[in-house]
Ligand binder design. Sequence first.
Ligand code: GLU
Length: 327
Amino acid sequence: MDLPKLSIAALGGTVSMQASNAGEGVIPSVSGEALLSSIPELTTLAGVTVETLGLLPSASLDFEFLLNVLSWAEFQVKQGAVGVVITQGTDTLEEAAVFLDYLWPYDTPLVLTGAMRSAAQPGADGPANLLDACRVALAHNSQQRGVQVVMNGQIHQAGSVRKTDSLALQAFSSPVVGPAGLLLEDRVRYLRPPGQRTVLPLPQQTTQKVALLEASLSADTLLLENILALDYDGLVIGGFGAGHISQRWATTIEHIAKRIPVIIATRTGSGSTARASYGFGGGEMDLIRKGASMAGFLCPRKARILLWLLLGCQRQHALAQYLNEDI
Ligand code: GLU
């Protein structure tokens, strides 16, 4: 019987990490091929192609590298892969997932996974997560769901998933909406139908710079005042509560928003920004009047990725349209 084709790429991260010598910290050193040998049962499910595209801690991935990963994944689909799986570090998994999701044009599943425990640690979760990710990538009901993250038995949509714990095995969650699905007795079970997706054109340029600053109590305006002089093309603020900043910051934002797009998100970790509740200086109604856009459910980091991609394909003027979409 012909098995379906599945392609797997390893980028690095804890799932690929082990220590060279006892007592030394773990570093990325386990290839994709070696990762695959930890899940021999996969050979009964699929004909697998595996490549090691990088051995990086995920903090050191960047957008250019992810664009190369995207074109590798697209090539796999053109070669007949029914699903694609990428392993990487979990620290930036939510950002890589949404970056790839905005650019993934296929119905074919693209699934990201990683591990919270390194390869040689007792109870390493990498093999289980990788096998789960492969099952999700191979499942017929995973079509039209864009990029998904599979960790610890749960399936999360790229737009909603966040790393919400630094070291726990259950490190990922999707605030407000919850996971899109689960792996139950090795079966892929979705809790809701696929949603509407936004797919952007590939960026024609990659030199645009988008700053991300977080509001904090009694913060000075030194960095904000220098954003334009530093030639940033866009600015995202992780604002207080429902998307608020101090009166002092708001005065500076008014000036910046006349020149470059400014998005205000919430730093809370869950929920949406407001649009029409608070009228004080630095509240969302004041910020909208001053030319800023509210991020809605997009967290500050994902709002920054959206703005970077829109700037890259000269669609920044349509920002409002992309921010008003549901999670
Ligand atoms: N905990 C992270 C991981 O799961 C650390 C390293 C990284 O993100 O690459 O991979």
